[in-house]
Design a protein around this ligand. Structure first.
Ligand code: ADP
Length: 332
């Protein structure tokens, strides 16, 4: 199991769902997005209208799905959840759109991965609340317009720059989620620990918060791993000692870097002399898709000042060499 980005088991996913904040007031951090979204929702409520379409961008695990659910909850409406990769044919999208109920939220995760044909259908649906169903084939084919109820599309993407402009322009509000501060993650953890009935030491939570890669999903997952350790080897409480010992077992280092992060850094330093090296080449040497390196590992490495992006490629900073316990090439 990768401890961080993807791949949780079924129980984990159930627990993760149970930990999702339901209302905007329970959503920790991201004050700007929260304030802006709150205004959008209040205004829609006051007018008795369906809120404008919302685009949420940011790295995995920062709360995009959670916010989509919050929008539905706050509006007292249902939510339909799907993803770009699941919508390969325009027909897949037509089926979902035509079954929407008035005011429902349609959440499309990884919306940048939708097929072209589906994308074009979505433009019309977002703007005119209509889909054109094609009946027949060849020259005799006709488009039968089908009216849709008003709905709110919430699209999520790891990078809003990946979206074609015509799609981006059709969202009334775009919120960008950033990595969370250690204080905010501490609040996320305190809330989760309370919900899961765990006994905790403040400093234990701080230790986990500092090593959670700025990501609530990772914070919650690490909390469960520390609970495992505490139950099996400790006294059941989430203490600093338990946190340190568990995180060592799971190879989460002092900065919260996981195995992928470290292998990207190590490859950059030891194979390419610290760079610059192109993303594709770097991804091949760590055995990952370029997209995964770019969207999952890199944003955090850049934000921690370990990697910089230049037109000629990725470069390891001095801090990266030092973090790996290596001597930078220009030292001495
Ligand atoms: P994304 O869709 O961006 O990948 P999710 O919305 O699925 O991320 O969030 C992952 C988990 O992190 C959720 O189960 C939720 O419990 C937790 N979480 C995310 N953002 C927050 C937040 N702001 N406050 C509290 N918990 C959060």
């Amino acid at each position: 199991e990768r401890l961080t980005a993807g791949g949780a088991g079924e129980t984990e996913r159930a627990e993760e769902a149970a930990l999702r904040p339901q209302g905007l007031a329970d959503f920790v951090g991201q004050p700007q997005v929260r304030a802006q979204l709150s205004l959008v929702l209040e205004a829609a409520k006051a007018r008795g209208r369906t809120p404008d379409h919302v685009l949420l961008s940011g790295p995995p695990g920062l709360g995009k799905t959670t916010l989509a659910m919050i929008i539905a909850h706050e509006m007292g409406r249902g939510i339909r959840v799907t993803s770009g990769p699941a919508i390969q044919h325009a027909g897949d999208l037509a089926a979902i759109l035509s079954s929407l109920e008035e005011g429902e939220v349609l959440f499309i995760d990884e919306i940048h991965r939708m097929s072209r044909a589906a994308e074009e259908m979505l433009y019309v649906a977002m703007e005119d609340y209509r889909v054109d169903v094609i009946v027949g084939k060849g020259p005799g084919a006709t488009a039968i317009p089908l009216e849709l109820p008003f709905f709110t599309l919430v699209g999520a993407t790891t990078r809003s720059g990946l979206l074609p402009a015509p799609l981006r322009d059709r969202f009334g509000f775009t919120g960008h989620l950033d990595f969370y501060s250690a204080e905010d993650l501490h609040s996320v953890l305190a809330r989760s620990a309370r919900k899961l009935g765990m006994e905790t030491e403040e400093t234990g939570l701080t230790e986990i918060a500092m090593r959670s890669r700025g990501t609530p999903r990772i914070a919650n997952r690490l909390l469960r791993r520390v609970r495992d350790w505490a139950q099996v080897r400790g006294d059941g409480r989430i203490t600093t000692a338990a946190a340190r010992a568990a995180l060592e077992v799971y190879e989460v280092d002092a900065l919260g870097l996981d195995r992928l992060d470290r292998s990207v850094l190590r490859s950059l330093c030891t194979r390419f002399g610290g760079g610059p090296v192109g993303l594709g080449t770097l991804a091949v040497t760590v055995g990952e898709e370029a997209e995964t390196v770019e969207e999952v590992a890199e944003p955090f490495l850049v934000r921690e000042g370990l990697v910089t992006r230049t037109p000629r490629g990725r470069i390891a900073t001095r801090a990266a060499w030092e973090h790996l316990g290596l001597t930078p090439p220009d030292a001495g």
